[in-house]
Design a protein around this ligand. Structure first.
Ligand code: SF4
Length: 320
């Protein structure tokens, strides 16, 4: 007899090409150079990944000033500003850059619009590492727009020469709202040459939107500091899920969330290895949610080459 209990499993979910590349980069650096390998900031925003790599000999630091002179440091997937690169060089650090190529693309857009003397309005979250790196390409030209209130604070030199760019991991809908607000103030506001919000962020949001209206509860596997994972919770609620929660591990599910629930949607942020989703599915199955149906809205085939220094070694990531 059917209990009505079922799981809708979003696809795509989990690891994106940039995260996959960044994690493999650190694993290969460990293999090739041996521990310790220093990584500036969390390589990707996921507790499981960071803890697993730490056990293998990675030392995570906040700033390059904490890395001993001459040692090897990997820059995280979120990217770094030119000032950080200069500091690493001044300290004779050996560097490997695991910045996602789609973040680098936004850095290059900042450089280009800076050269063309635009004021650059960067839509993104204050304090996020990616935003710090991107804004650091042209701090004299970039103004951060996070909230609706920030739109009113923006000051530009010439309203005919203003462009908006964005962090890669924002809510697509909220970003477009912010752009419309900016355009009301600056009708000549130029658009980025191509989408800054990356394919992985927007694909994961589309998949959540497709399943959310049917869900009594959506569980998003992801860490608190993961921007794209937090956005999935918001998108699920906006798209009609009755409740949505962010969890790092299955053990964090509060059993009370399941009261009166039939359909549970499951997805995961772009920095989450699928093993954590499988553990959640197992946990749910033990409580009667064993009927799992995948909701597929796109298929992803993108992958990125490893950083030059590591290109000869190409086995798959083990942090899964
Ligand atoms: S979420 Fe997007 S920008 Fe960030 S690492 Fe993944 S592919 Fe790159």
């Amino acid at each position: 007899m059917s209990t009505g209990k079922r799981v809708l499993l979003a696809k795509p979910r989990g690891y994106c090409a940039g995260v996959d590349r960044a994690v493999i980069t650190v694993e290969k650096a460990l293999e090739k150079y041996g521990p310790p390998v220093y990584v500036r900031k969390e390589i990707v925003h996921n507790r499981h990944v960071v803890e697993t790599l730490r056990e293998r000999g990675v030392i995570f630091v906040e700033e390059t000033s904490e890395v001993p002179e001459g040692a090897l440091v990997v820059f995280s997937a979120h990217g770094v500003s030119p000032a950080v690169r200069a500091e690493a060089q001044a300290r004779n650090l050996r560097t490997i850059d695991a910045t996602c190529p789609l973040v680098t693309k936004v850095h290059k857009e900042v450089n280009r619009f800076d050269r063309e003397d635009y004021d650059i309005l960067l839509i993104g979250h204050e304090g996020h590492e990616e935003v710090e790196g991107t804004a650091g390409e042209a701090p004299h030209r970039v103004q951060l727009v996070d909230t609706a209130e920030d739109v009113d604070k923006v000051q530009v030199r010439d309203p005919e020469k203003v462009v908006w760019l964005s962090q890669t991991t924002l809510s697509v809908d909220e970003t477009m709202e912010r752009v419309e607000q900016l355009r009301e103030r600056f009708p000549k506001l130029a658009d980025p040459p191509s989408d800054d919000i990356c394919y992985a962020t927007s694909n994961r949001q589309t998949a959540v939107k497709a399943m959310a209206p049917e869900c009594d509860l959506v569980l998003v596997v992801g860490s608190r500091n993961s921007s794209n994972s937090n956005r999935l919770v918001e998108v699920a609620l906006q798209a009609g899920a009755k409740a949505a929660h962010l969890i790092d591990f299955a053990s964090e599910v509060d059993e009370q969330w399941l009261d009166g629930v039939e359909t549970i949607g499951v997805t995961s942020g772009a920095s989450v290895p699928d093993v954590l989703v499988l553990e959640l599915l197992d946990w749910l199955s033990q409580r009667g949610w064993s009927d799992v149906e995948e909701v597929t809205t796109a298929s992803e085939k993108i992958s990125f080459a490893l950083p030059r220094e590591l290109r000869e070694a190409k086995e798959r990531s083990q942090v899964r």
